[in-house]
Design a protein around this ligand. Structure first.
Ligand code: SF4
Length: 415
């Protein structure tokens, strides 16, 4: 089994109960008939991959969305039965599902256990109900707690909680309360992202003018893996005039950002990536694979893949995707062949997202060149500006580098 190449799987479920005000992920509400049609199509897509991935062993699976927990117990079991039938999945594979409070039941949790799911990522965002309402979330903090305790009771011992800072009207105090309340529950992993106002969202209509503020924002834990794509068309705004609270200013935002690491450290969480924190031994293996440029196959609407030297993206228009899978025609809407220079760029800016940084040895093994030979000038300049530090083996971001990481990453573009 060890001789086979490693593969990560991402399965996209593009359905949600209702669209959140800040969300630009590829997700939308759908009725039961459509959800069933999609599950059947996913299974057909999975079957179609069988031959090509015969030589691989699957080390991680991530079912993301959208809200995968919107699917019934039977639908999720059907997807996993097909995955197990068509891929060789390692016995100790990390298998994650994203869930949202308000959509989790005892029956579903039992089915996830039976399917072998061993890690659950819960979308909470904030413990403050007013902020949850502002974000357009479907649940309260109380409902999150019910979900959290239900999952613990069912024996899920690897839980992530997703949080968002810089919510309109949020203060440093309210962010601190969110962090402490969640850390006291002792999930194994916490993702803490800063809100970004994306085009096409309800928030963009209210805060669009502020969108260019200097923020080091990236996408959520699953987004890092799946590279979720924007929803086409406009999103119906449900926000009322009186809810137009200001976004926190840059000073508050920076303070929030700095406090997050300190506070979570006190609770025993190690920051292993710009926005991700874990108790010892609980870093998300699936995401680490993404940052280390392991091969991954994305299954489902708009899902992206990295296989060999190619990046693919599945069709992201629902009807086109369904038709292509059903008729066994090409399901990709984009295929990019990566040149050596593209791979070097990715190696640098994905690798630097992790606190351990990038390895000089690995760079040489991959590209048969010393890192200085390619990036000597950039490394010297960034070190001089106090944005990176390095020793004989590793290069990593400094605290200041983390603050403006997008700028640092741009410096590694070669063309
Ligand atoms: S933020 Fe998550 S739950 Fe909300 S609409 Fe987007 S994918 Fe769905």
């Amino acid at each position: 089994m060890e001789k086979r190449k490693e593969l990560e799987l991402y399965v996209h479920i593009p359905f949600c109960v209702k669209k959140c005000a800040y969300c630009d992920f590829l997700s939308a509400p759908a009725d039961e008939e459509k959800r069933q049609e999609y599950v059947e199509t996913l299974v057909r897509e999975i079957e179609g991959h069988r031959e090509q991935y015969r030589e691989y062993r699957v080390t991680t699976i991530f079912v993301g969305g959208g809200t995968p927990s919107i699917l019934s117990a039977a639908q999720m079991e059907c997807i996993f039965a097909s995955l197990r039938e068509n891929f060789l999945i390692e016995e100790n594979a990390e298998i994650t599902i994203e869930v949202n409070p308000g959509t989790v039941t005892v029956e579903k949790a039992d089915a996830w256990k039976r399917a072998g799911i061993n890690r659950i990522s819960i979308g909470l965002q904030t413990v403050n109900d007013e902020e949850l309402r502002m974000l357009g979330r479907i649940h309260t903090f109380e409902q999150f707690l019910e979900t959290y305790y239900l999952l613990r009771k069912k024996g899920f011992m690897n839980l992530n909680v997703d949080l968002i800072s810089a919510i309109p009207g949020q203060t440093q105090d309210s962010w601190r309360k969110t962090l402490c309340t969640v850390a006291e529950l002792e999930p194994e992993h916490i993702s803490a992202y800063s809100l970004i106002v994306e085009e096409g969202t309800s928030f963009y209509k209210l805060y669009g003018d502020d969108k260019d503020r200097d923020r080091d924002v990236d996408t959520s834990e699953t987004t890092a893996v799946s590279e979720r794509y924007r929803v086409c068309g406009s999103v119906k705004s449900e926000l009322k005039e009186r809810e137009y609270l200001p976004l926190p200013n840059e000073d508050v935002e920076r303070a929030i950002y700095e406090e997050t690491e300190k506070l979570l450290q006190q609770y025993g969480y190690n920051r292993y990536e710009i926005s991700n924190y874990a108790k010892k031994g609980y870093a998300c293996r699936h995401n680490e694979g993404y940052w280390r440029r392991k091969e991954y196959l994305g299954i489902g609407l708009g899902a992206s893949s990295l296989i060999g030297k190619q990046r693919y993206r599945n069709l992201s228009r629902y009807d086109e995707y369904i038709d292509a899978v059903q008729n066994r025609t090409d399901i990709h809407e984009e295929t990019e062949y990566l040149e050596k220079t593209n791979e070097m760029e990715e190696f640098m800016f994905l690798g630097l997202r992790m606190m351990e940084g990038v390895s000089r040895t690995k760079f040489y093994e991959n590209f048969e060149k010393e890192i200085e030979e390619v990036y000597g000038e950039q490394l010297m300049r960034l070190a001089g500006d106090g944005l990176i530090r390095s020793d004989e083996e590793r290069i990593e971001l400094t605290k200041r580098g983390i603050d403006i990481s997008n700028y640092v990453f741009e410096q590694f573009l070669l063309e």
